[in-house]
Design a protein. Structure first.
Length: 122
């Protein structure tokens, strides 16, 4: 099992939530400062942002290995669209219960993409 931080269309009521249906919701969570979301049209991309002071709000899910393979395909990890990697959560999330936590980082250029800040609305 992998603990996954989701921040966009995979969240409850998000357009791609059905990809994690049947997995276990753990908690609402927030990253430490230093990350922000960009709009990529129909979905967001999370990227490091040294000037950020708020972090990104999302959800923690316990994901089984079979679902994780499907999510890596959905997120285009083989094509270099996103990379799944560890991320640090801010307190007061029950961090000790869910570490390590991974998320999907957007890897492509952001030219012309608007910054959204800390929340992707669903």
């Amino acid at each position: 099992m992998t603990t996954l931080f989701v921040y966009g269309t995979l969240k409850r009521d998000g357009a791609n939530h059905h990809f994690i249906a049947g997995q276990r919701f753990l908690s609402i969570a927030r990253t430490v400062p230093g990350f922000t979301l960009y709009s990529l049209s129909a979905y967001p991309g999370l990227v490091p942002s040294p000037d950020d002071r708020a972090g990104v709000t999302g959800e923690l899910w316990s994901i089984d290995d079979a679902c994780l393979v499907r999510l890596d395909e959905l997120e285009g990890t083989a094509e270099g669209l996103y990379r799944r990697a560890p991320i640090t959560l801010a307190e007061p999330a029950p961090v000790a219960s869910f570490t390590p936590v991974e998320t999907y980082f957007y890897l492509r250029p952001l030219v012309g993409r608007p910054a959204l800040g800390s929340v992707w609305p669903v």
